[in-house]
Design a protein. Sequence first.
Length: 134
Amino acid sequence: MYDTKDMMDIMTTKILYIEDDATQIELVRMFVAKEGFSIVGALDGLTGLHTAQAQQPALILLDINLPAMNGIDVAYHMRNTPAIAHIPIIALTSTMKGSVIEPYVGTLFDAYIQKPITRADLLAYVQHFVGQPE
């Protein structure tokens, strides 16, 4: 028997957001919740790698400036882990210029969004990569 939380998990499309700022995770959670998506947060790259393997999200949002292991290294490990290599990854960055990320789009990242993000932009990318929530 499932409890209400389990049913919510089954009925929503999961998105993993790897971000060291919990406030940013909550902001993104609010942006997508009304559309039927759920956010699983990870505060560092290593936790994010483990969470991606365990949760098998439909999409990964990945901050670049993370402690210990930056987002580029995290994406590299994900792309080289067969169980999660197929999951689309969108880089979210505030301090790195697009020219630094652009060489990795198409290999490590499927797209990137410059912070600060807007709800409309985020939803457009999410729906592009995963469609409507299940």
